[in-house]
Write a protein that binds this ligand. Structure first.
Ligand code: SF4
Ligand code: SF4
Length: 319
């Protein structure tokens, strides 16, 4: 049960990417991180992605794996995709070289299934040829089906600007009656008081301790392994912890191998950590090999790195 992991403060979630619709990439990540001891995987709201994650888990031989489905509201970067304006493109290749998910084929074609909406390419483009575009999908049909097929947690990212969309999607999520719900929050669009007010209202109809608050530092900023990158996630977790709400606290957004250590130095005791960018980055050289499934040496090395990252987020021993 996911709840056991949370209650024991041993909840580690690999974020495959709310916008990651690349089935092969998801299968490889789940295979490696499940073998390394990860029990929870965050996926985009697509049937084929859940199936591919299950295949990866099956191949790993590990049991009791849980799946969290992420849903964004309008304005959330996680549901955006990059697009290139060919008339402005200089074909310099900067975007492709800097894309963390190999979503850009040279000179300038974007594979939407691989694009996770991080926006890094827009910052690296010298001519302003790239813009981000929201790709909101209707989840009304797909969510109940995903829960029926094994999704344990439904997570709503509330960092967008559209309150009407928030209410609509939160209602849909609750109607699906998942084992747990999760609310992912950051401080980009809301102040501390507004965030707490919003969370309190959202959890009002729910039983105590059936909701996770995912304290997001800066979404998709975890490309580095230092204290500064993870600082905002720890700060966000402190705000939630101080509010004493009947929820579980999990950190994300800039999380890395320093996250739990910094938490403890600051007197923050979360129930778990979710890692995306940094967790994917450390195994990328191995997972992107064309012969990955035959290359057991590469698989073992990737598992070793993943395992070490998971352990740093369980240690020092939790309160
Ligand atoms: S850099 Fe980020 S936003 Fe740009 S194509 Fe790659 S994944 Fe998408
Ligand atoms: S960085 Fe901009 S100009 Fe360079 S190839 Fe990419 S889209 Fe074109």
């Amino acid at each position: 049960m996911c709840v056991d992991l949370l209650q024991k403060n041993r909840f580690f979630k690999l974020v495959c990417g709310a916008g990651n619709e690349d089935v092969e990439s998801v299968k490889r990540h789940v295979f490696v991180y499940a073998k390394a001891g990860c029990k929870v995987f965050d996926l985009s709201a697509k049937k084929e992605i859940l199936e591919s994650a299950k295949e990866g888990a099956e191949l790993s031989g590990m049991k009791n794996i849980h799946y969290c489905i992420s849903v964004g509201i309008k304005g959330d970067p996680h549901i955006s995709k990059a697009g290139i304006n060919n008339s402005l493109c200089l074909k310099c290749g900067n975007c492709a070289r800097n894309c963390p998910n190999n979503a850009i084929c040279l000179p300038n074609i974007i594979d939407e299934k691989k694009c996770i909406g991080c926006g890094l390419c827009t910052k690296k483009c010298p001519s302003g040829a790239i813009s981000m575009c929201e790709k909101d999908t209707d989840i009304k049909e797909v969510l109940p089906d995903l829960v029926k097929n094994g999704a344990d947690i439904l997570e709503l990212h509330i960092m967008g600007h559209d309150k009407k969309d928030l209410d609509y999607k939160w209602k849909l999520i609750n109607e699906c009656n998942p084992q747990l719900t999760s609310i992912c929050v950051d401080r980009k669009n809301m102040g501390n008081d507004e965030i707490l007010k919003c969370i309190s209202k959202m959890i009002e109809p729910r039983k105590p301790y059936t909701t996770i608050i995912q304290a997001d530092g800066v979404p998709m900023s975890g490309g580095e392994d230092n204290y500064k990158t993870t600082l905002q996630a720890v700060a966000m977790a402190e705000i939630i912890q101080n509010a004493n709400l009947p929820v579980y606290i999990v950190l994300s957004g800039g999380t890395n191998s320093k996250t739990m250590e910094l938490c403890h130095q600051c007197g923050i005791y979360p129930n778990g950590v979710a890692i995306g960018s940094w967790a994917r980055k450390i195994v990328k050289p191995y997972l992107s090999l064309p012969d990955f499934w035959r290359n057991t040496e590469a698989q073992d090395r990737a598992v070793e790195l993943a395992s070490s990252l998971i352990q740093t987020n369980f240690n020092p021993p939790l309160k």
